[in-house]
Design a protein around this ligand. Structure first.
Ligand SMILES: [Zn+2]
Length: 415
């Protein structure tokens, strides 16, 4: 299945913003850059919101039909594994095989030996065009990469074959993800991971490694941008080489699980993919949910009261809500406003505090991260919350669309 050179993951927790999200991508197409929409939602999100993959499919199909989108589009079973993939199979045509938790698992000696033997053809070193340092192949290096990644890639093979058996070969897009771990994978490690994927005959079209730096939810990148740029460029070159040498799908590209809003590194990625004429997939998740809260806060008294309630509740239940996201948020408690202070705000002040405009005097990334993980509170509000979304669909939709187009797509695709 053709994913397209550029694709963009639009997560939507409550399935109400499909059209607003797609509108942003339609604008990009008008401006000359075709970007394939991919509605991604993970098992974790479905469990927290009590939604089902059928809902995401329904939302995507309806948005595409209502806006007359004629390009490809996908529904992504994001971060799935063998234990939960069945729930998604009927409704999805993009599968993100998350094998991060198998990194470092033991492999049978026989499999390690097979892998090492299969590397004999690489000789004593590999020079990848564009990368000055060659990869020096030693027994030690092969042992280390096998011990770290072989079990994970074998697991990806199992999940892939399970999906293929049901959906049929070529009827879905496969992504392999290893991003939800502490330690980044180096370009050399990526090289061997791709080799293992080819051996395992996984026709991946996207690969999501863990990049250097912190990808906290809903806020900007934190880390060494020079190092990120160097590694990202080398990853692009490694993929190009691996496609040719190992016979992986020609359109294989990097997938960046951005956690949303990595504005600082968007132009860096844009420049590198342009330089080598390569594609990219970028996933976002909670950025649309945050725009819903922003939209409600400026929609009038009822919406503002609901937005304030969500914050107050999230503050009271901070530990519980942050738990599942411990590795990807960094909240400085001393910078969180008190409920009394927030109560005194008007809609404009609330929206400006939450909206991600770097350098805006009211913008507070701590406030933003807390509300980011607070979607469980909105889910518990049930019809009260979704009723407000329906009632204020226009103002919320404008926020959602503007955010994706102005703040994300423009920076990513140099529009
Ligand atoms: Zn991810």
């Amino acid at each position: 299945m053709e994913l397209g050179k550029y694709s963009f993951g639009i997560g939507d927790r409550f399935n109400h913003e499909g059209e607003a999200q797609l509108s942003a991508l339609i604008t990009a197409t008008y401006e000359g850059v075709e970007v394939t929409p991919v509605w991604n939602k993970s098992n974790r999100e479905h469990n927290i919101v009590h939604s089902e993959p059928a809902g995401t499919r329904k939302e995507a199909d309806a948005a595409v039909k209502n806006l007359g989108w004629e390009g490809p589009y996908f529904v992504d079973a994001d971060h799935i594994n063998l234990s939960n993939v069945d729930r998604f199979i009927e409704y999805c045509d993009f599968f993100t095989l998350d094998v991060a938790m198998y990194i470092g698992n033991e492999s049978p000696e026989k499999e390690i030996l097979e892998f090492k033997n299969s590397c004999a053809g690489l000789g004593t070193g590999v020079t990848i065009p564009g990368i000055a340092e060659p990869i020096v192949i030693t027994d030690d290096l092969l042992n280390t990469v096998a011990r770290n990644y072989l079990a994970a890639v074998k697991e990806a093979g199992k999940i892939y074959r399970h999906i293929e058996e049901i959906k049929g070969k070529g009827n879905f897009v496969t992504e392999v993800s290893m991003d939800e771990v502490e330690t980044p994978q180096t370009p050399v490690e990526l090289f061997f991971i791709l080799k293992m994927m080819a051996d395992e005959k996984i026709p991946a079209q996207t690969i999501a490694p863990k990049f250097t730096g912190r990808f906290n939810k809903g806020v900007d990148y934190v880390g060494d941008t020079n190092q990120f740029a160097r590694e990202f460029e080398q990853d692009v070159l490694v993929i190009d080489y691996a496609v040719k040498e190992f016979g992986l799908p020609e359109d294989l590209k990097l997938s960046v699980h951005s956690g949303s809003d990595k504005f600082t590194i968007y132009p860096i990625m844009a420049e590198i993919i342009k330089k080598y004429d390569k594609g990219i997939h970028v996933k976002t998740a909670g950025t649309t949910w945050l725009e819903e809260v922003i939209g409600l806060s400026i929609s009038g008294d009822e919406g503002l009261a609901a937005a304030k309630n969500i914050y107050k509740n999230a503050l009271e239940r901070k530990e519980e809500l942050c738990g599942p996201y411990a590795d990807v948020i960094d909240i400085d408690d001393s910078k969180l406003p008190s409920p009394a202070e927030v109560d005194s705000w008007d809609g404009e002040k609330f929206a400006n505090t939450l909206r991600h405009i770097p350098g805006h005097p009211d913008y507070n990334s701590n406030f933003r991260q807390l509300i980011h993980v607070g979607y469980k509170v909105a889910a518990e509000m049930g019809d009260t919350y979704t009723g407000l979304l329906k009632k204020n669909a226009e103002v919320v939709g404008i926020c959602v669309e503007e955010n994706i187009y102005e703040r994300h797509l423009k920076r990513l695709f140099d529009l």
